[in-house]
Design a protein around this ligand. Structure first.
Ligand code: TPP
Ligand code: MG
Length: 603
């Protein structure tokens, strides 16, 4: 067949931001030739083109730290100091969500790695690339300092994160470390993407180079990997789709490319297919398009989406996060299934984040960006069906209590026509309240369901968006914000503009609904669902916590009428380059559909 494969966009690492580059400048050290093992590591890191390394320091990598400052001059990559390892990795995670490329992080020996595990897992489940460097006290016991080097040395340290990293290594020489960095970068950025980890022996880092290391052409060790769809599979899928009377497209893990976005819209329109998207993953299709079924959901499927799946005769999954679970949730299901994905290459036995095994009739093993143009070509002469258009009314909050919908309503008014990237949304967020019309309009969730990722991921995303003309907005639950609040300091220090809106229901409310369900199942009082969940008495002064990190803080906002003014001021602050945080006291509550699904007695 003819042209069936377009090279997917290959995002380049974004060059370092000029404002940030002016910060944390070291005295010139006059070092211009590698003299130690860690200088070789630093050179390799620079060769990857990674602009930043988010870190929390530690003596296990003091050799590398010195090389980054005094050999590379804290530039390419530049350090981003973080107050917790979890936020160091979350920042890299958010950066990857925007750029599609790995950033670097560094964490201290086994203890820093222990703090970082949650963020590894979030990035792993979100299929986001990152290169993480760690270290161990000297593997050679004769070189260990008493006590501290012993407790910070462990055999097979990478085992701590191996279940949720694509690859890890503990190179024994500077040459091997250079190779490990290039490999880690290459593997992390190759689909299915994910975090990689390199444990640098303190002894290896600190050893003087006995002879200069032979230069290599580093780019040749990180070749771009492109997988084209098999044409016979594309034909089989096209045959199914051509003859479908009620096709459905599940738009899942796709790139941030505008061209690929336009091609998905073209494919859906050519088929007259209903399209479903999911708030767990980034924007993949215009959510107010007449073919988009209902509002994007997180935990639950919109009724329109469930109906479309139930009535579908052919379903095209573009690397949908959980086809089996979605078919189960739809209730009725009898469709033929086309699955486009390379995700199966990543699955291992530690975590079940691969989800249920779906029935599949045609499997196309490539990324959706490569399959869609091939399908478009194979389906060049179809007569699309003309379905009833879906309508997408905005929620109309009516009662006088300040709800998340009021908050979204006021925020939408305040941003007007400015391009916005929602870097994160709270669990209480209503997908109907914010139409998504561009691949960067929404960046998806934390991936691993690890509460506390929202602030760090948003700081990383805002870093990558700096200078793009997009206004980054994070909507965090109070529980999420409080677990990750110190990530805000990194945004303040490095002058990363970001608006954080806290949907503060003074509760780990999600779990109130779980307790309500258990109470219903057991015929016990639902009134007690709040015990051990509410974050009040005292109420936490979130604005003060944000101010303490260097943010411009607003609130608590307790009246609907205050929202417009406060958001206007906060947005003006962000546009002037600041980090702004608005604490909005919202009534506890999720959308009616989510609440009903989470509190019903059965299943
Ligand atoms: C690290 C971690 N700890 C605990 C949980 C369990 N959990 C899931 S949602 C949630 C509540 C989150 O609270 P908040 O961010 O305020 O959102 P809300 O549900 O109140 O809207 C908790 C504790 C989790 N998913 N991850
Ligand atoms: Mg809450």
């Amino acid at each position: 067949m003819g042209k069936v494969y377009r090279m997917p966009d290959s995002p380049k690492s974004k060059p370092a931001d000029a404002d940030i580059a002016g910060l944390d400048r070291p005295q010139p050290a006059g070092v211009n030739a590698p003299g130690f093992g860690s200088d070789v590591v630093a050179d390799a890191l620079r060769a990857t083109g990674i602009p930043y390394i988010a870190l929390n320091p530690g003596a296990s990598y003091r050799g590398l730290h010195d090389s980054l400052v005094n050999y590379l001059g804290n530039s390419q990559p530049q350090m981003l100091l973080c107050l917790h390892e979890e936020s160091a990795l979350a920042i890299a995670h958010g950066y990857a969500k925007v750029t599609g490329k790995a950033m670097a992080s560094a964490v201290h020996s086994n203890v820093g790695l222990m703090h970082a595990t949650m963020a590894f897992f979030n990035a792993w489940c979100d299929r986001m690339p990152m290169v993480v460097l760690g270290a161990t006290g000297p593997v050679d016991a004769t070189k260990r300092r008493p006590w501290i080097d012993w407790i910070h040395t462990s055999r097979d340290q990478g085992a701590l994160v191996r279940g949720y990293t694509k690859w890890d290594d503990q190179p024994a020489s500077p040459g091997a470390a250079r190779e490990a960095i290039l490999r880690a970068h290459w593997i992390a950025n190759t689909a299915p993407r994910g975090p990689t980890y390199i444990n640098l022996d303190a002894g290896m880092q600190e050893e003087k180079l006995s002879e200069p290391i032979t230069p290599i052409e580093t780019a040749r060790y990180m070749p771009p990997v492109m997988v084209a769809p098999a044409s016979e599979r594309v034909q089989a899928a096209a045959d199914l789709l051509r003859n479908a009377t009620s096709p459905v497209i599940l738009c899942g893990r796709v790139s941030r490319s505008e061209q690929a976005w336009a091609e998905r819209v073209k494919l859906a329109e050519r088929l007259g297919a209903s399209v479903i998207t999911d708030l767990k993953i980034a924007a993949s299709f215009p959510t107010d398009h007449p073919l988009h079924a209902g509002a994007p959901g997180g935990t639950v499927l919109a009724p329109e989406a469930a109906e479309a799946i139930g009535n579908a005769d052919v379903i095209l999954s573009l690397d949908w996060l959980d086809p089996a679970g979605t078919f189960k949730k739809a209730g009725k299901f009898g469709a033929k299934v086309i699955q486009v994905s390379v995700d199966h290459q990543l699955h291992n036995g530690w975590s079940m984040d691969y989800q249920g095994l779906p029935p599949v009739d045609v499997f196309i093993a490539c990324e959706p960006d490569a399959a869609v143009p091939a399908l478009l070509e194979a389906l060049s002469n179809v007569t699309p069906r003309q379905p009833e258009p879906y309508r997408h009314p905005l929620p109309q909050p009516s009662d006088d209590k300040l709800t998340v919908d009021h908050m979204a309503d006021a925020l939408r008014r305040a941003v007007g026509k400015k391009p916005v990237s929602l870097t994160h949304v709270s669990l209480s967020w209503n997908g109907a309240s914010w139409p998504l019309r561009h691949p960067l309009d929404y960046l998806g969730s934390d991936g691993g369901g690890g509460v506390g990722g929202g602030p760090g991921i948003s700081v990383g995303a805002a870093l990558a968006l700096k200078g793009s003309g997009r206004l980054p907005i994070a909507v965090c639950g109070d529980g999420d914000l409080l677990m990750g609040v110190t990530a805000l300091w990194t945004a303040a220090h490095y002058r990363i503009p970001l608006l954080v809106v806290v949907a503060n229901n003074r509760s780990f409310f999600n779990d109130e609904l779980h307790q309500e369900r258990v109470a219903r199942m057991r015929n016990r009082p639902v009134e007690n669902r709040w015990v051990g969940q509410r974050i009040s008495e005292p109420d936490i002064d979130i604005a003060a916590m944000a101010r303490a990190q260097g943010a411009q803080a607003f609130g608590p906002v307790t009246a609907i009428g205050e929202l417009d003014k406060v958001f206007a001021e906060a947005i003006a602050a962000v546009e002037a380059g600041a980090l702004a945080v608005v604490d909005v006291r919202v009534e506890p509550g999720y959308t009616a559909a989510t609440t009903a699904a989470m509190t019903r007695k059965s299943d």
